[in-house]
Design a protein around this ligand. Structure first.
Ligand code: 5J7
Ligand code: CA
Length: 508
């Protein structure tokens, strides 16, 4: 009885902040622009066995089809209806994916675009992913249905130009997108019906796109209408996990903290700052990471959704600018993702991207719009090479050994305290997670060779950055921890990956 009381109280308090992952699974991956059929297979063949907690999927609802430029990724952020019908697949495929992923303990989180519909200049016709008719000129979306009354044009007939004016940011048009009147009960109910349809299929939660552009009270009214999660996979009374896209780097009218009541918020300072530190820009050094987290002015850990890069800022768009690290800078990127996954702060999301032909003109990538690998607009399959990497220009960062093994590290050290910090006053740092894991970085221009307290039990450990523990053997560097918990580490500044990570389950 006491046990159940504890569980229900805990469940109640944790509510929408709880990622609803299976026990011990502590990270999710954004499979940006993947097809549902490929995600279903990836859950079964890779994500479940490697300990990933869930997948953020691209918006599943019908969107406008843009031909100029040719099928950009951002067309999916211009809804036409709430039919589950996009380049990623149809409703049957979506449902099959949710079922198969849940059956192997991997959750699905939907990117919910509910602030707006397509652009005001979207014209009229059936240029949409399911062929639904719309008329952006008179704001008619009969497949929802929405009509002119459901938009904010009465409050603001124009663009957002002033981010210091909260009314503008929330009631005017973001890049010309028709802004929904979320203060209307009809709009709230319609949006909630869409989200409930997904919840009933087994979805575990939502990323709320452009949350900064919605009133926190309007979001709350929508969330209050949401069903509990499907009891085929979740315990009775489970609430959908909510993380809100609020880009708050400071200096604007709207603060991330206004949204804490609704769920977690994306902490964009995290990737922007971590990129600056690892690039050693502005005099930053890894030694300063000792108080990483709230100590850097970030939102509280249990309100944060953190990531090194996202689908938007990895292409030079959006928050963070040039400091953001991506797969294009693999050596620094792996260090950044490794640091994030080893550190206890926040709930972590790993990015998984596709390659596109970057073309910088006057410092801007003129190809920042390019959509997923495709044949005449049809998204290509994610093929898997014999060496387990992905083909067809899918980057699959989540399959890189260093990243995949750090997801496992995070699961192994879950709940352990940040401990045994060491730094050389420059860019050589190390820290542990209680007696379960330890990580050492050398981002200096000289070699590291030192003996450190790891907090781990004595034994020989396999470094999961340079190799894998396979059948009790290690394909990478071995680290010997003495009975005093100390181990000697050597990391050349020219190492392919200048960091070492060991944990309880990499013990030989
Ligand atoms: C909103 C912010 O509050 C913010 O701080 C930011 O950096 C970006 C945005 C932003 O969010 C969007 C969400 C959507 O669902 C759909 C969207 O189209 C946007 C969006 O356009 C958007 O802003 C773009 O990027 C900013 C850096 C620019 O300041 C904006 O003007 C805008 O840029 C416009 O992007 C270009 O002006 C226009 O020419 C181009 O056609 C248009 C292409 O669309 C996007 O780039 C979509 C971006 C996007 C960003 C997201 O964070 C997101 O979750 C989804 C889409
Ligand atoms: Ca709005």
């Amino acid at each position: 009885m006491k046990f159940f009381l504890f569980i229900s109280l805990f469940g109640f308090c944790w509510g929408q902040y709880d990622p609803q992952t299976q026990y011990g699974r502590t990270a999710i991956v954004h499979l940006f622009e993947w097809r549902w059929v490929d995600i279903a297979k990836e859950c079964e063949r890779y994500l479940a066995p490697k300990g990933f907690g869930g997948v953020q999927v691209s918006p599943p609802n019908e969107n406008i089809v843009v031909y100029n430029p040719s099928r950009p990724w951002w067309e999916r952020y211009q809804p036409i209806s709430y039919k589950i019908c996009t380049r990623s697949g149809n409703e049957d495929e979506f449902r099959d994916m949710v079922t198969r992923c849940n059956n192997v303990g991997v959750r699905i989180y939907v990117d919910a675009v509910i602030n707006h519909m397509c652009g005001a200049g979207g014209g009229a016709g059936t240029s949409s992913t399911c062929g639904s008719y719309y008329n952006a000129n008179n704001r008619d979306f009969p497949s929802v249905p929405y009509s002119a009354w459901d938009f904010n044009d009465g409050k603001c007939d124009g663009e957002i130009n002033n981010y210091n004016d909260a009314n503008q940011v929330r009631n005017c048009r973001l890049s010309g997108l028709l802004d929904l009147a979320l203060e209307k009960d009809y709009v709230r109910t319609t949006v909630a019906n869409y989200m409930n349809h997904l919840i009933d299929m087994g979805v575990a939660g939502f990323r709320l796109d452009a949350a900064k552009h919605m009133w926190p009270g309007d979001i709350k009214a929508v969330l209050d209408k949401l069903h509990n999660l499907n009891t085929q996979w979740f315990s009775q009374g489970s609430r959908p996990f909510i993380f809100q896209e609020v880009i708050d780097l400071g200096g604007e009218a709207i603060k991330g903290s206004e949204y804490f009541g609704n769920g977690r918020v994306t902490e964009f300072k995290y990737g922007a700052k971590l990129g600056t530190v690892i690039r050693k820009w502005n005099g930053e050094k890894m030694a300063y990471l000792k108080n990483w987290g709230e100590g850097w002015g970030f939102v509280p850990s249990d309100r944060a959704l953190v990531f090194v890069d996202n689908h938007d800022n990895q292409r030079g768009h959006g928050a963070g600018g040039a400091s953001i690290l991506t797969f294009w800078d693999p050596r620094m990127y792996k260090m950044a993702v490794g640091f994030m996954l080893a550190h206890p702060y926040g709930f972590t999301r790993v990015m998984s991207s596709y390659r596109w032909p970057r073309n910088f003109q006057n410092g801007k990538d003129v190809n920042d719009w390019i959509g997923p690998p495709n044949n005449n607009g049809v998204t290509k399959e994610v093929t898997i090479n014999p060496d387990t990497t992905c083909g067809n220009d899918w980057v699959c960062e989540h399959r890189w050994r260093q990243i995949r093994n750090m997801v496992a590290f995070r699961n192994v050290v879950n709940g352990q305290p940040f401990s045994n910090w060491w730094d050389n006053g420059s860019n050589q740092v190390a820290f542990g997670r209680g007696n379960r894991g330890f990580i050492v970085f050398n981002n200096d221009d000289w070699s590291l060779s030192t003996t450190l307290q790891t907090g781990l039990p004595a034994g020989t450990y396999c470094d999961v950055i340079s190799g894998d523990k396979i059948d009790g053997n290690c394909t990478g560097i071995k680290v010997t921890v003495g009975s005093d918990g100390k181990a000697h580490f050597s990391i050349s500044n020219s190492a392919e990956d200048p960091f070492i990570a060991i944990h309880a389950e990499s013990k030989l």
